[in-house]
Design a protein around this ligand. Structure first.
Ligand code: DQQ
Length: 539
């Protein structure tokens, strides 16, 4: 069934078949990472949702278990939707999740605990009879009240957030508990923003001001800032702010310099949704998981027999500027690197594209540093664009339109003669008193196939250009290209479905369509191995 499997990923997480969406309750326990995720056991479209379950020692190789949480009680009979895990002070995990109680999708919050906490696989979960823990009170919209966060504790009181909305105001409701069982609603939500619509999958966590290490969710004090991320149901993208958590008032205040709404900072300017972080105490990292849905049609998903992938887990930390987060694929991914090829001091004059030969270009990891002699040829930044999204600028100024400093970058998943390619590239512009760096991942030329969603995606990169260098890392995997610009300052994921550029017919190039000559100082590309995936844990 080779045709159907053309676009399956080699090293990104996927179950053998069927629909998946949000990562749920990621946690580290007794030497194992646990990934739960929304899963339809019956087909390749959304529905019949359970928490599927896989475990890993390294976040890359995965063994599978039976679903951990599935409809079985009056309080979750119509579905077990997203939620989070908390590790209690005694070391034991508790899961909070949203139960669907009727066909109108009325939502309540439940908890589950391991049947046997000495089992590192946490195979079996029980839902105690004192469930649910939180009902929607009459003031909330019961069909928009879901996705409880990991709990954190201040002064002996636990807190969780629940995503919601009131008319078109997005809301993170706050609940408190002393004993982790009886939860009561705080008078004020932690935060809310007019006009943003339903807040799905809120995530709230501290980041350190002095270190790249991650922090456990309850850590507070003067050395931390807080991050609030929400997933916006209306456009299916996420934004976050960095701000101050006032523990006394139990309110969150985003930094005023940041946009708190649709045009806010994003973990990923492409296909990335319903993400969640967790603290990994074994390595002191905070790790981010996100889901990418398909960009082909529902019919194509049915034919493939699967839909949705989990992206490579990313370490997240606060940029020293304090103005944004930085992200990088977890170091364990590098274990999958096999054959390596390099380019060094490769000059790219205007119009050049140079092939990176000798790796499996459909399943690769590429890390490149570009340098340029000056910024003089940067195109003027049209003041009109200031009102536009980066995406609109990318749509106007794609990879083919000649520029000054850029476009330069990678042509990923490219056919030999470039009938198909997904360019990931920089364009540098000169605005009134600064340079603007645009990173684009443009699916418009990715496939000759029909019925596909092939958007350009883009974000600006807030990067210092004094050393006249820009770096780019792309994780290429058959139907996904995950790109990290300037050391993880701006990240973009695209889903693409080439029909020529598949398997050994896929190629990788570096290119430059700007009048300034750009040098590939160093490029490393690796063929990526296939990890262990979906091998059932032996009972
Ligand atoms: N997916 C879940 C919900 C969540 C949404 C249902 C986000 O709990 O709000 O599958 O993708």
């Amino acid at each position: 069934d080779k045709v159907k499997q053309t676009h399956r990923t080699g090293y990104h997480f996927q179950p053998p078949k069927n629909w998946i969406n949000d990562p749920n309750g990621p946690l580290y326990y007794k030497g194992l990472y646990h990934l739960f995720y929304q899963y339809n056991p019956k087909g390749a479209v959304w529905g019949n949702i359970v928490w599927a379950h896989s475990v890993s020692k390294d976040l890359i190789n995965w063994e599978s278990l039976e679903p951990a949480i599935y409809p079985s009680k009056w309080f979750d009979n119509y579905g077990c939707w997203s939620g989070s895990a908390t590790i209690l002070p005694n070391g034991e995990p508790v899961i909070f999740y949203t139960g669907i109680v009727d066909e109108n999708n009325r939502q309540i919050q439940n908890y589950a605990v391991p049947a046997n906490s000495s089992d590192p696989y946490l195979r079996e979960w029980v839902k105690p009879d004192d469930n649910p823990i939180v009902y929607p009170d009459p003031s909330v919209n019961a069909s928009a009240f879901r996705d409880p966060t990991t709990a954190w504790r201040v002064d002996g009181h636990w807190r969780i957030l629940i995503g919601s909305k009131k008319r078109d105001r997005g809301i993170a409701y706050l609940y408190r508990s002393l004993d982790f069982k009886k939860w009561s609603k705080a008078k004020h939500p932690l935060h809310s923003v007019q006009g943003t619509g339903m807040w799905e999958c809120p995530d709230f966590f501290p980041v350190s001001l002095s270190s790249e290490d991650g922090l456990d969710t309850s850590v507070g004090g003067s050395n931390v800032r807080h991050v609030l991320k929400v997933s916006l149901d209306l456009t299916r993208y996420e934004y976050y702010t960095i701000g101050t958590y006032d523990e006394k008032k139990d309110r969150y205040y985003p930094d005023e310099a940041l946009v708190d709404g649709w045009a806010g900072l994003r973990y990923d300017y492409g296909n990335f949704y319903a993400s969640k972080t967790f603290f990994d105490p074994s390595t002191n990292r905070r790790i981010l998981w996100g889901w990418a849905n398909e960009s082909d049609s529902v019919q194509q998903d049915r034919n493939k027999g699967w839909a949705g992938i989990q992206l490579i887990p990313r370490r997240v930390w606060l940029d020293p500027s304090g103005k944004q987060l930085l992200q990088w694929p977890v170091a364990e991914l590098e274990k999958l690197r096999s054959h390596n090829v390099q380019l060094r001091n490769q000059k790219l004059h205007q119009g050049y594209h140079v092939e990176v030969k000798g790796i499996t270009a459909a399943q690769a990891d590429v890390d490149v540093t570009f340098s340029f002699p000056s910024l003089d040829k940067a195109e003027p930044f049209d003041p009109k664009w200031a009102k536009l999204d980066a995406l609109d600028v990318c749509a106007q100024k794609g990879s083919k339109a000649q520029g000054g400093l850029g476009p330069f970058g990678l042509l990923t998943l490219a056919s030999e003669k470039l009938e198909e390619f997904t360019p990931v590239f920089f364009r540098v512009f000169k605005a009134a008193d600064e340079h603007k760096v645009l990173l684009c991942s443009d699916a418009r030329s990715s496939s000759l196939g029909v019925g596909l969603y092939k958007p350009p995606f883009a974000g600006f990169v807030d990067v210092d250009l004094t050393d006249k260098k820009l770096t780019l890392r792309s994780l290429i995997d058959h139907s996904v290209v995950e790109s990290f610009g300037a050391g993880g300052r701006t990240v973009i994921t695209s889903r693409v479905y080439p029909i020529i550029a598949v398997f050994d017919k896929a190629h990788l190039f570096v290119f430059n369509n700007g009048s300034e000559t750009v040098t590939v100082e160093t490029l490393n590309a690796w063929s990526m191995k296939v990890p262990v995936m979906n091998v059932p844990v032996k009972s």
